[in-house]
Design a protein around this ligand. Structure first.
Ligand SMILES: Cc1cc2nc3c(=O)[nH]c(=O)nc-3n(C[C@H](O)[C@H](O)[C@H](O)COP(=O)(O)OP(=O)(O)OC[C@H]3O[C@@H](n4cnc5c(N)ncnc54)[C@H](O)[C@@H]3O)c2cc1C
Length: 606
C-alpha cells in the first residue's frame, strides 16, 4: 500500500525560517496569521489528508467515477470525504470572512492544496475547481450571486467548474462555437458542447455552478473567429433565483464521462448546454465599430483571473505528485535488498544490501527531493509576491510583475518535473513499480495530465516568452534578475556560500544571455522565440529554484552553525542544495546554446 506523510517540517521551514511570514503581518490576509494559527492549520490539514483523503486514493483509482443513465457517481467514500472536507472548512480557507470563508492568504491555502493533491489528486480537484469558480464569481458577480451562490460554494454545499474546452478547441479558444443570446430579462440562453470538464457532474453536492465562456453572436447570428465577443457566464445546474431559491433543472445535461489514463476518480465530463439560462459576468462587451480592429473582449478578464489561479494550482499538483512519489520511492529502497554497495557490502551478514546503497538510486531520489523542496519554496515565495502586489508596499507593482512571470514557470516546469519524479519513483520499484497493486504507477498516470491541462506546457512557454517577458518594457525579468543579483552580491564574500553563489551566478548569466538573445532574435523572427520558448522556461525554472536553494542553504547553514534545531534536517537541505547546483545548474549553458541555435532546423521539419 502506498504511504503519504504530510511534509509539515518542510512547510514549517519554508514559511517560518525562509520566508519569515510572521514578519509579513502588514500584507493582506497576514494580519491575524500567528505562528500558532499556521501550525494549527497545517497540522490539522495534514492529518485530514493522511487519514481521510489518502486512503481513498487507490480505491478511487480502481473504482473510478461512474456514468449510468445520465447520472455521474463518484467512487465509494468520496461523498462522505467531501462533506467532512467542507465541514472542516478546508474549501473556504481562501474565501473572505464576509462570505463564510477563513480569509487566509493564498500562501496558506496553497500549502493545504498541495497536501490534498498529494493525498488524492482526483478528489482534491473537486474543491480546487470550486475554489477557482467561486473566486471568479466573487470577482465579477452581482451581489445576489455572491450572497446566494458563492457563499454556498464556499461552505461546500455546492461545487463549481470551469468550462472552456470544446471538441474543436482547447488551446485556440477563438474557434469556440458555444453561443449565448441575450434575453429581454437580461439573462442569456447558452447553447453548445463543452468537453473534458473536470467535476462537470457528480453526486458530491446537490447543485453545481458552471463558469462558462461563450460567444455573443452578432444580431444576424454571426459568430466571429476571434476573442472579441467571448464572454464569461455563470450557468447553474439547478436554477437559482435572486432570493436564493433553488428552482428547476437548467438546460445542462451530461453527455458522458471520459475513460482516461489517470485521475480516474475525477469525473471528466462532456456537458451539453441547450438553451441553458446563463448570467453574464463582468463588464458588458462593447462591439467594435465598423473598421475597428477586433480584440479580446473585456468579458475575458474574469476568465483570465480564474485561469491564473488555476495555473498556479496545477503547478502545485506537480509538486504534490512529486512529493508522494518521492516518499514511496524512499520507503521502498529502504526495504528492498538488491546487490551490494560498489565499495563492498554494507551488511555482510545479509544476502544483499538495501537498494538505497546504490549511487544511481540515490541520484533518482535526490533529483526528486531537490525538485520538490526547491519548487515548494519557489511557489510559496511567489504567493508572498502575490500578497505584496495587493498591498500598499512600495514594491507592490514589481512583486505583481514577478508573480505573473513565475506563473507559467510554476505551471509548466513543476508539472514536467513532478512527472519526472513520479517516473523515477516507479523506477526505484523496478518491475514492481509497473504492477498496479503497488500503487506507484498511479502517480505516473495521475501526474501526466498536469503537463497538458490548464494550457499545455508548450503554450505556457509561449506565454512566458511571447507575453510575460516583454510586458512593460521587460520590467518583470529586469526586476527578477535585479533581486537575484542583489542576493549574489550580498553573499559573495561568504565562503560557506561559495558553491551556491557560483552555481546561481552561472545560471543567471545563461538566463540573461538567453533573454537578450530572444529580445534581439525573437522580434526579428517570431519562430526563433517559439523554437526556444520551452528551453527558456526550463532555464528560468532551474535558475529561480536554484536561487531558492541558495537562500535555503544560507538558512540551514546558519542553523547548523548555531547548533539549533534538527541538524539532520538542515544537513539534508544542504545536500539537496548542492545537488541542484551540481546536477541541474549545468543544464543552463546547454539550454542557452539550444536557444541560440534558433529556429532554422526546427522549421525545416515539415
Ligand atoms: C482530464 C482532463 C481534464 C480537463 N479539465 C478541463 C476543465 O475542467 N475545463 C476545461 O475547460 N478544459 C479542461 N480540459 C481540457 C484541457 O485544458 C485541454 O485539453 C488543453 O488545454 C489542450 O487543448 P486541446 O486538447 O484542444 O489540444 P489542442 O489545443 O488541440 O493542442 C494540441 C497540442 O498542440 C500544441 N499547441 C497548441 N497550440 C500551440 C501553440 N500556440 N504553441 C505551441 N504549441 C501549441 C500543444 O502541444 C498541445 O498539447 C481537461 C482535459 C483533460 C484531459
Amino acid at each position: 500500500m502506498p504511504i503519504y506523510r504530510a511534509p509539515l517540517d518542510d512547510f514549517r521551514f519554508v514559511l517560518n525560517e525562509l520566508l519569515e511570514i510572521d514578519k509579513q503581518r502588514d500584507l493582506p490576509g497576514f494580519a491575524d496569521l500567528s505562528p500558532d494559527l499556521v501550525e494549527d492549520i497545517l497540522t490539522n490539514a495534514g492529518k485530514f489528508c493522511e487519514e481521510v483523503l489518502h486512503p481513498l486514493n487507490q480505491s478511487g483509482d480502481e473504482e473510478g467515477a461512474h456514468f449510468e443513465n445520465g447520472v455521474v457517481r463518484t467512487p465509494k467514500g468520496f461523498k462522505e470525504a467531501y462533506k467532512a472536507y467542507s465541514e472542516a472548512g478546508w474549501g473556504g480557507l481562501l474565501a473572505p470572512a464576509d462570505y463564510g470563508g477563513s480569509g487566509m492568504p493564498i500562501t496558506i491555502s496553497m500549502a493545504v492544496a498541495e497536501m490534498a493533491m498529494s493525498a488524492n489528486q482526483s478528489f482534491a480537484m473537486y474543491p480546487g475547481l470550486t475554489g477557482a469558480a467561486y473566486g471568479a464569481l466573487l470577482a465579477t458577480g452581482l451581489p445576489w450571486q455572491k450572497e446566494h451562490i458563492a457563499k454556498r460554494m464556499i461552505s461546500g454545499e455546492w461545487c463549481g467548474t470551469m468550462c472552456l474546452t470544446e471538441p474543436n478547441c482547447g488551446t485556440d479558444l477563438r474557434l469556440m462555437k458555444t453561443r449565448a443570446v441575450e434575453q429581454p430579462d437580461g439573462t442569456y440562453k447558452l447553447t453548445g458542447t463543452k468537453i473534458f470538464i473536470s467535476g462537470g457532474d457528480h453526486d458530491l453536492t446537490d447543485n453545481i455552478i458552471h463558469m462558462v465562456i461563450a460567444k455573443i453572436p452578432d444580431a444576424d447570428g454571426t459568430l466571429h473567429d476571434d476573442l472579441s465577443t467571448v464572454n464569461f457566464f455563470m450557468v447553474p445546474k439547478f436554477l437559482v433565483a435572486e432570493d436564493g431559491t433553488v428552482g428547476a433543472r437548467n438546460g445542462v445535461t451530461t453527455g458522458g464521462i471520459e475513460k482516461k489514463m489517470g485521475i480516474k476518480a475525477q469525473a471528466t465530463c462532456v456537458l451539453n448546454f441547450d438553451d441553458a439560462t446563463a448570467w453574464r459576468l463582468g463588464p458588458k462587451p462593447v462591439p467594435p465599430k465598423p473598421g475597428e480592429k477586433r480584440s479580446a473582449s473585456a468579458g475575458m478578464a474574469g476568465m483570465f483571473g480564474m485561469m491564473n489561479g488555476a495555473r498556479l494550482g496545477v503547478g502545485i499538483q506537480g509538486i504534490a505528485i512529486g512529493e508522494i512519489a518521492y516518499q514511496n520511492g524512499y520507503q521502498y529502497v529502504h526495504e528492498r535488498r538488491v546487490g551490494h554497495a560498489l565499495t563492498g557490502p554494507k551488511e555482510p551478514d545479509k544476502s544483499a544490501d538495501l537498494e538505497i546503497v546504490h549511487p544511481d538510486v540515490k541520484r533518482m531520489l535526490l533529483h526528486s527531493r531537490s525538485f520538490v523542496e526547491g519548487a515548494r519554496a519557489m511557489a510559496m515565495w511567489t504567493t508572498i509576491n502575490m500578497a505584496i502586489a495587493r498591498s500598499s508596499r512600495p514594491d507592490a507593482e514589481q512583486a505583481g510583475l514577478i508573480a505573473d512571470l513565475m506563473t507559467p514557470v510554476i505551471k509548466a516546469f513543476f508539472t514536467d518535473m513532478g512527472f519526472e519524479a513520479a517516473n523515477l519513483a516507479m523506477q526505484c520499484y523496478g518491475g514492481h513499480g509497473y504492477i498496479r497493486d503497488n500503487g506507484v504507477e498511479q502517480f505516473v498516470r495521475d501526474g501526466r495530465i498536469n503537463q497538458t491541462y490548464e494550457g499545455a506546457n508548450g503554450v505556457q512557454a509561449m506565454d512566458l516568452v511571447g507575453r510575460k517577458l516583454g510586458r512593460k518594457g521587460g520590467a518583470a525579468p529586469f526586476a527578477l534578475f535585479g533581486e537575484i543579483s542583489k542576493w549574489l552580491a550580498d553573499n559573495e564574500a561568504d565562503a560557506a556560500m561559495a558553491p551556491y553563489v557560483k552555481g546561481i551566478k552561472r545560471g543567471l548569466e545563461a538566463l540573461q544571455g538567453a533573454t537578450l538573445w530572444l529580445a534581439q532574435n525573437g522580434l526579428a523572427n517570431p519562430n526563433n522565440a517559439g523554437a526556444g520558448a520551452y528551453d527558456y522556461l526550463r532555464l528560468m525554472g532551474i535558475v529561480t529554484v536554484g536561487w531558492m536553494w541558495g537562500r535555503m542553504a544560507k538558512v540551514a547553514g546558519a542553523q547548523l552553525a548555531a547548533k539549533q534545531g534538527n541538524a539532520d534536517f538542515y544537513k539534508a537541505k544542504l545536500v539537496s542544495a548542492r545537488y541542484w547546483m551540481e546536477r541541474l545548474i549545468p543544464e543552463c549553458p546547454m539550454l542557452l546554446e539550444r536557444i541560440q541555435a534558433g529556429c532554422e532546423t526546427v522549421m525545416a521539419f515539415e
